[in-house]
Design a protein around this ligand. Structure first.
Ligand code: IPM
Ligand code: MN
Length: 366
């Protein structure tokens, strides 16, 4: 039996309770597909800050302790929950759970490709804020966001009367993310929409020319469209069906992927992957730690469960098991099972708890 090492970083808020359901599903995958998992649970985010806080020296704790980093290094993939909460909001940005844990993990493992699928099926169309006539029979597209460059990692300066964040991209960085987008487009609508701000920014003009070069040389069969970021935010709302793969830089992708998640219905359904060129990756729900509903047993575990499915598919190349999980999620939603975030009270819907949803997904694995 194959045996994979998974670093499990549940984090804060609803993280631990939705992670418990993802682990339940992976345990069922072991039974059905004879794929073994060794879970290495580690502290991250606010939970890690609190655990490593030194009351003697008064030193603030670490959102990403060394032991956690080492466990990730020794694993085949990272399954990440969510981090953050009111309690840690007054810390300086780099010490906060979100920035202090996620950004160093992305940089350390060179997780340059962030894959964020979006979309709604007919079954859940009414949970999307878009009008039914715009959604039609549903839509689906994938945002490919560059994740280790741009203003996120460019030089930062802060003076008394000025501040700056350097927006910088190197050719190789643009080339590799463009290839990820074009490759993905081969298996879907054969269309890439590049989003930038090349009417103003030198970085974007450069980005666009590199994308065009890769397109012409390596993927001429794929359709390539260009949109400015401001226009793209509008086009997504009026013609969501027209998109296949959206390729964009780090900051624009941060903004666009939240928009895409929102129009897809509940953020509690959205999974994401951040991978490097060896397909090692970190998999996490797009939503946050939702402290307001933590501990109540009402959070939607589907985003975490689908993140585990993406982990199987991309990092472990266990496509059959991944498809089985995705199929089961579709089935329980079609059967009307709904956690509170997607419950509308319509005929045929049944309100379920976090663990009931997890159990139903286990039961429907094929
Ligand atoms: C995301 C988040 C992060 C980002 C924050 C928490 C650093 O918003 O994953 O989209 O800006 O990338
Ligand atoms: Mn974001």
């Amino acid at each position: 039996m194959k045996n994979y090492k998974i670093a499990v970083l549940s984090g804060d808020g609803i993280g631990p309770e939705v992670m418990a359901e993802a682990k339940k599903v992976l345990a069922a995958v072991t039974e059905k597909f004879k794929i073994g998992f060794e879970f290495n649970e580690q502290l991250v985010g606010g939970a890690a800050i609190d655990a490593t806080h030194s009351t003697n020296s008064g030193q603030v704790g670490e959102p990403l302790p060394e032991a956690t980093m080492q466990a990730c290094e020794a694993s085949d993939a990272i399954l990440f929950g969510s981090v953050g909460g009111e309690k840690w909001n007054s810390l300086p940005p780099e010490k906060r759970p979100e920035v202090g844990a996620l950004l160093p993990l992305r940089k350390k493992f060179d997780l340059f490709a962030n894959i964020r699928p979006a979309g709604v099926s007919k079954v859940l169309a009414h949970s999307s804020p878009l009008k039914p006539e715009i959604i039609g029979d549903g839509f689906s597209f994938t945002v490919i966001r560059e994740l280790t460059g741009d203003v996120y990692f460019g030089e930062k300066k802060r003076g008394t009367d000025f501040s700056s964040d350097l927006m910088i991209y190197r050719k190789a960085e643009v080339e590799r993310i463009a290839r990820v987008a074009f490759e993905l487009a081969k298996n879907s609508k054969k269309k890439v929409t590049n989003v930038d701000k090349s009417n103003v920014l030198a970085t974007s003009q450069f980005w666009r020319s590199v994308v065009e070069e890769i397109h012409q040389k390596e993927f001429p069969e794929i359709e390539l469209e260009h949109l400015y970021i401001d226009n793209a935010t509008m086009q997504i709302l009026v013609r969501p069906q027209s998109f296949g793969v959206i390729l964009t830089s780090n900051l624009f992708g941060d903004i666009l992927s939240d928009e895409a998640a929102q129009i897809s219905g509940s953020i509690g359904l959205q999974a994401s992957a951040s991978i490097n060129s060896d397909k090692f990756g970190l998999y996490e729900p797009m939503g946050g730690s939702a402290p307001d509903i933590a501990g109540k047993g009402i959070a939607n575990p589907i985003a975490q469960i689908l993140s585990a499915a993406m982990l199987l598919e991309i990092s472990l190349n266990e496509k059959e098991a991944a498809a089985s999980i995705k199929g089961s999620v579709e089935k329980v939603l079609a059967d009307g099972l709904r956690t509170a975030d997607i419950f509308t009270g319509a005929d045929g819907e049944q309100k379920v708890s976090t663990s009931e949803m997890g159990d139903a997904i286990v039961k429907n694995l094929s």
